[in-house]
Write a protein that binds this ligand. Structure first.
Ligand SMILES: Nc1ncnc2c1ncn2[C@@H]1O[C@H](COP(=O)(O)OP(=O)(O)OP(=O)(O)O)[C@@H](O)[C@H]1O
Ligand SMILES: [Mg+2]
Length: 678
């Protein structure tokens, strides 16, 4: 296409067309071509959710008007003289003397016109295939009505409608002009521009502030669209106003406050939903009445037509995975969630793309293109996405499975936990009302007695989603972010019910509140108690909080009350110690007799489970230590002698119990006062 653009200046296709349309030196044919090209570009951009509907509507209106002005003009120098007679008729059919004249030439019906469709077909030959397939996409809901005094644009959706007040039309022009003149302008800036007048929430864009939106949109159209627009419904009005001035901001746009503005409420934007079309990409539609209206009227929007065409085109080709859809797509954590601690969990938060941009969650669960996208869980609405990501990656436990048999002794605690955790998870229908399980458990006892091991066992055996976090990591790793993390933890757990939240070293999180306490740890504690209260008192939520501590006396009274089932995990008795030794030695090359084991058990009185494990480790080194250092280099594993009683005897001289009798008294006392054991 020949235009009057000076040579040597690199301009985007959009700009070239813009100049062709506005230039006095362009021929009518060039103007018509340029308009057609712009219209296609707008459709394509909107179909890919690169621009808001309102913006697309305005641009579309502008270029269809320019287009019809060229092709309708009888003047042989400036027009194409009845090139499309239908448009003239349509545009003028309702014209009368009234000020309230409304053109029948709307963004929706114009596409039904035969002549436009012919032009579209012609355009296909010029544009690249992808663009050519984009049929007119401005939807029925965008009704542009123009009156001389109060121009307004009504944008309706299933949830009602929003009226853009006087001057909105001009504002749209402002946005449109900005887009045209500043190809490098980011969407954020456009959003900024749009939001410069208070009253309606602009469409905030986050995490994509550097995305050269307009450049993507209006550059040569071959580049793949890779823009993520992240809507935050709860973002305050004017949030985006902090966006720094962009060097590419066009002259005259600096005093935006004086400009007419347009707004798209974030609520309306959130009504845009996206559905996967089997084997294809996605359609974007306003929720609510629109679709049903379309069906009743038999109207097929250009978007729908676009996808129908796409389907037809590819029906004989093997289906490919749908392209990632960026924009307003949402999904739920509640439905179709994986169960069990080792099942694959799908993060509710978008993964960062290669450019470091965080997009909205845009892919449905699983990989199938046919899966429908679920709405975002309401419970995660106000939770920081980064925190959710952290919860997913840092907290969910992925350790090796632990069986109840791996835990020696503590029979009462094991039975109680099975009763509280496993059975209600398996049969929630039976464990209702008074039989409803307690929502908080505290495992307390001397160090190394298997509290953490029990937590891992619950993770493996309960079938619930298991969140395991060390309290000290909450208070140290994410300084200042602790309370957010706590909130995110419980929110995600709520979405992943039944869920078990295991908090190791809970004393460091819920120690008594004191004067010398740091402000941030106080905040974390308060948040935790609030969340714990919610989780433990809600009868619907199937969240169990399990805390483990070896300093139960330091736990805040409020927290203690909420952890209703307080189970003492004592030092292993003789039978448990025997079990630990037998179990560990069964995996080794060992020749201990039953009597020898009895002696070992006797001699290890007061040992914790961890001490017993250490004793076995030490004894197993006996055969190695008895080797000459020269032999170590050459000996084969099967030449190493068996572990014998003498090795344990030697080991017992170096391994000592780690829990003092004074400590044991304290645990016993606390158990008698607050414990729920026998
Ligand atoms: N009852 C037990 N049965 C089998 N092994 C045990 C038992 N108790 C402890 N152990 C061994 O000791 C190791 C440490 O146990 P664990 O971490 O569960 O102790 P803990 O009670 O959480 O200690 P702490 O209070 O210091 O956190 C376990 O990995 C396991 O090898
Ligand atoms: Mg532990």
């Amino acid at each position: 296409m020949q235009t009057s653009i000076p040579h040597g200046i690199h301009l985007s296709e959009w700009q070239k067309n813009y100049f062709a349309v506005t230039s006095d030196t362009s021929t009518p044919e060039e103007k018509a071509d340029a308009c057609r090209s712009q219209i296609l570009r707008i459709q394509y951009a909107w179909a890919n959710s690169e621009i808001p509907e309102i913006c697309a509507a305005n641009l579309f209106k502008k270029y269809t008007e320019k287009y019809s002005a060229v092709i309708d003009s009888d003047n042989v120098e400036t027009g194409l003289n009845n090139y499309a007679k239908n448009i003239v008729t349509s545009a003028k059919c309702q014209q009368n003397d009234s000020d309230k004249w409304q053109s029948a030439f709307t963004t929706s019906n114009v596409m039904d016109l035969k002549c436009v469709q012919e032009l579209m077909k012609a355009g296909k030959k010029l544009e690249n295939p992808l663009k050519a397939q984009a049929s007119i996409t401005i939807d029925k809901e965008v009704i542009a009505s123009v009156s001389s005094s109060h121009p307004k644009i009504v944008l309706s959706s299933g949830n009602g409608e929003s009226v853009f007040g006087a001057g909105s039309s001009n504002c749209l022009d402002t946005v449109a002009d900005t887009l045209e003149r500043a190809p490098a302008l980011t969407f954020h800036q456009i959003s900024n521009l749009s939001s410069s007048k208070a009253g309606m929430s602009p469409v905030p864009v986050s995490d994509v502030s550097d995305t050269p939106f307009a450049a993507q949109l209006f550059r040569n159209g071959d580049s793949a669209v890779n823009i993520s627009l992240l809507l935050k419904n709860n973002s305050p009005v004017g949030q985006s106003s902090s966006f720094p001035a962009h060097p590419a901001f066009p002259e005259g746009m600096s005093n935006l406050g004086k400009r007419k503005t347009c707004f798209v409420s974030s609520e309306e934007c959130s009504n845009i939903s996206s559905d996967s079309i089997p084997g294809e990409g996605k359609t974007f539609s306003w929720s609510g009445k629109k679709n049903s209206e379309n069906k009743v009227s038999g109207f097929k929007s250009a978007k729908e037509q676009f996808w129908v065409d796409q389907q037809k085109k590819h029906q004989n080709q093997p289906h490919h995975t749908s392209l990632p859809a960026y924009g307003y797509t949402k999904k739920s954590l509640g439905a179709a969630r994986p169960r069990g601690p080792f099942s694959k969990f799908v993060s509710p938060v978008p993964k960062q793309d290669g450019n470091g941009h965080t997009g909205m969650p845009c892919k449905a669960f699983g990989n199938g293109a046919t899966e429908r996208v679920q709405p975002v869980d309401e419970r995660l609405k106000n939770i920081d996405a980064k925190m959710i990501e952290l919860v997913m990656h840092e907290i969910i436990d992925h350790g090796p499975p632990v069986n109840w048999d791996d835990i020696a002794g503590v029979e009462f605690a094991k039975a109680t936990i099975k009763e509280i955790v496993v059975w209600p998870m398996l049969r929630p229908d039976i464990f209702t009302g008074l039989r409803g399980p307690p929502k908080g458990i505290l495992l307390f006892g001397p160090p190394g007695t298997g509290k953490t091991l029990i937590g891992k066992c619950i993770a493996s055996q309960s079938g619930a989603t298991f969140f395991s976090i060390s309290a000290s990591s909450l208070t140290s790793k994410w300084v200042g972010e602790g309370e957010k993390m706590v909130r995110a933890l419980f929110a995600v757990a709520r979405c992943q019910q039944p869920a078990v939240i295991f908090i190791d070293e809970i004393d460091s999180l819920l120690s008594r509140r004191g004067d010398g306490e740091h402000e941030s740890s106080r905040r974390i504690k308060t948040e935790f108690l609030v969340q714990l209260d919610g989780a433990t008192t809600s009868s619907e939520d199937r969240i169990l909080v399990v805390g483990a501590t070896n300093r139960p006396q330091e736990i805040d009274e409020a927290a203690r009350r909420r952890l209703v089932k307080r189970l003492y995990i004592p030092l292993p008795n003789a039978s448990a110690r025997r079990q630990i030794v037998s179990r560990l030695m069964s995996k080794e090359h060992c020749s201990l007799t039953e009597e020898e084991i009895d002696i070992i058990v006797q001699k290890s009185e007061g040992f914790s489970g961890a001490d017993m494990t250490q004793l076995c480790r030490e004894a197993s080194l006996g055969p190695i230590r008895s080797l000459q250092s020269v032999d170590i280099a050459t000996i084969t594993p099967d030449q190493v002698r068996r572990i014998v009683f003498q090795d344990f005897d030697s080991a017992l001289k170096t391994v000592r119990p780690s829990v003092s009798s004074k400590d044991l008294e304290m645990y016993d006392m606390w158990n008698q006062t607050f414990g729920c054991g026998r």
